[in-house]
Design a protein around this ligand. Structure first.
Ligand code: SAM
Ligand code: DTB
Ligand code: SF4
Length: 367
C-alpha cells in the first residue's frame, strides 16, 4: 500500500464518511504535498468508487452577451476596464441561441452553457434569458447559465424555466481574491451560490489557477468549495487563459504538475462532483490533459470556442478521446441510439467496440 498520510476520517451531516465538508487547510495541504504517484492513486480510487473512469461529461459553451462588463476581474477579456480588442455583442436573439444549441447537441454535447458578461442580469434581459432556457431545454439538452450575481427571486425564476445548472465561480481563495477583483466581494459570490441552491438548481462552481496565486491559495479555494453543503455538482477548474490587454497577461505560467495536483485534490475532496478540465486546454499538451483525466477530471468544454477564447478543435478532441479510450457520458435525456449518432458518439463507436473486445479478451485471460 502507498504511504498516503491519510487524514483522520470524520463523519459529516450527510452521514457518509467519505463526503466531508470540514476539511482543514492543513489536511488539504497535506494532500497537495503527497508524492505525485500516491496522490494520483488516491484520486483514482475515489474516482472509480463513484464514476465510470473512462466516461467524460461534455458541455458546450456559448457567449450570449459579450464584452463591456462593468466588473474588473483581472483575468477577463470581457471586462470593460481593459482594452483587449474584443468585439462587443449585445444579447443574442433567442433563435441564434437555439441554432447553436442544436449544433452542440448534434456534435454530442449533453449540456449547453450560456454565459453573459454581466454583473447581474437586468429585468428586461432576464425575461429573454428565461425563454432561452425553455427553448434549449425543449431540445433535450441540460441547461446551464452564468449571468453574474443572482438573488433568490431571480434564481427561482431561472429554476422554474427549467435551468438545470447555474455557474458562478469562487475563482480563488478568499485571501487572494482582492488582488483579482474589487467590484464584487467573496461574500456576494457565496450569496449567489446560496440563492442557486435554495432555488433547487444544481451548482457549478470552481475557479482559475495560474493567476499568480500561492500554493496555499489553491488549497484554500478547494477548501471553500468543499465547505459548500452539498458540494457543487460541477467543479470547473480553469487554467488561466492569458489575454493581451488584461492585467494578468504576463503572469508566470503555473507548472502543469501543480495544476494536475489541484485536480486530484478536488477529486478527493468532492468525490461525487464532476470535476471539469475547463478553460486552458488549448494551451495544454495531450499528456497534461491525459494526466488530468487520470487525476479525476471527468468533464470538458467541447467545441472550438469557450466564451471569447479558443478551445481545442472538435476533431482534435475526438482523436484524443479515441487515443485515451474515453467516451462521452450519456445524457440523461437521450436514448443511446440518438447519442451514437452524434459526431463524437459515432466517431468513438468503432473505437469503443475495439475497447470492449480488448476488455473481453482480458477477462478471458483471468478466467
Ligand atoms: N459574468 C459572469 C460572472 O463572472 O459571474 C459570467 C461569465 S464569466 C466569463 C465566467 C467565468 O469564466 C469566470 O468566473 C472565470 O472563472 C472564467 N474566466 C473568465 N476569463 C477567464 C480566463 N481568461 N481564463 C480562465 N477562466 C476565465
Ligand atoms: C468556467 O468556469 N469556465 C467557463 C465557464 N465557466 C463559463 C468560461 C471560461 C472562459 C475563458 C475565457 C473566455 O473564453 O472568454
Ligand atoms: Fe464580467 Fe464575468 Fe468577466 Fe468578471 S468574469 S469581467 S463578471 S464577464
Amino acid at each position: 500500500m502507498p504511504t498516503t498520510n491519510s487524514p483522520t476520517r470524520k463523519t459529516t451531516s450527510t452521514g457518509n464518511p467519505e463526503i466531508r465538508h470540514d476539511w482543514s487547510l492543513a489536511e488539504i495541504e497535506a494532500l497537495f504535498a503527497l508524492p505525485f504517484n500516491d496522490l494520483l492513486f488516491r484520486a483514482q480510487q475515489v474516482h472509480r468508487t463513484h464514476f465510470d473512469a473512462n466516461s467524460v461529461q461534455i458541455s458546450t459553451l456559448l457567449s450570449i452577451k459579450t464584452g463591456a462588463c462593468p466588473e474588473d476581474c483581472k483575468y477577463c477579456p470581457q471586462s470593460g476596464h481593459y482594452t483587449t480588442g474584443l468585439d462587443k455583442e449585445k444579447l443574442l436573439e433567442i433563435e441564434q441561441v437555439v441554432t447553436q444549441a442544436k449544433a452542440a447537441r448534434k456534435a454530442g454535447a449533453s449540456r449547453f452553457c450560456m454565459g453573459a458578461a454581466w454583473r447581474s442580469p437586468r429585468e428586461k434581459d432576464l425575461t429573454v434569458v428565461l425563454e432561452m432556457v425553455r427553448q434549449v431545454k425543449a431540445l433535450g439538452l441540460e441547461t446551464c447559465m452564468t449571468l453574474g450575481m443572482v438573488d433568490d427571486a431571480q434564481a427561482s425564476r431561472l429554476a422554474e424555466a427549467g435551468l438545470d445548472y447555474y455557474n458562478h465561480n469562487l475563482d480563488t481563495s478568499p485571501e487572494y481574491y482582492g488582488e483579482i477583483i474589487t467590484t464584487r466581494s467573496y461574500a456576494e459570490r457565496l450569496d449567489t451560490l446560496a440563492s442557486v441552491r435554495q432555488a433547487g438548481m444544481k451548482v457549478c462552481s470552481g475557479g482559475i489557477l495560474g493567476m499568480g496565486e500561492a500554493p496555499r491559495d489553491r488549497a484554500a479555494l478547494l477548501q471553500q468549495l468543499s465547505r459548500l453543503d452539498p458540494h457543487p455538482e460541477s467543479v470547473p477548474i480553469n487554467m488561466l487563459v492569458k489575454v493581451a490587454g488584461t492585467p494578468l497577461e504576463d503572469v508566470a505560467d503555473l507548472d502543469p504538475i501543480e495544476f494536475i495536483r489541484a485536480i486530484a485534490v478536488a477529486r478527493i475532496l468532492m468525490p461525487k462532483s464532476h470535476v471539469r478540465l475547463s478553460a486552458g486546454r488549448e494551451q495544454m499538451n495531450e499528456s497534461t490533459q491525459a494526466l488530468a483525466f487520470l487525476a479525476g477530471a471527468n468533464s470538458i468544454f467541447y467545441g472550438d470556442k469557450l466564451l471569447t477564447t479558443g478551445n481545442p478543435q472538435a476533431t482534435r478532441d475526438r482523436a484524443l478521446f479515441a487515443k485515451l479510450g474515453l467516451h462521452p457520458e450519456r445524457r440523461n435525456t437521450c436514448h443511446t441510439e440518438e447519442h451514437a449518432q452524434t459526431a463524437i458518439g459515432s466517431a468513438l463507436q468503432q473505437q469503443s467496440n475495439q475497447s470492449r473486445a480488448a476488455a473481453l479478451a482480458y477477462d478471458a485471460t483471468l478466467a
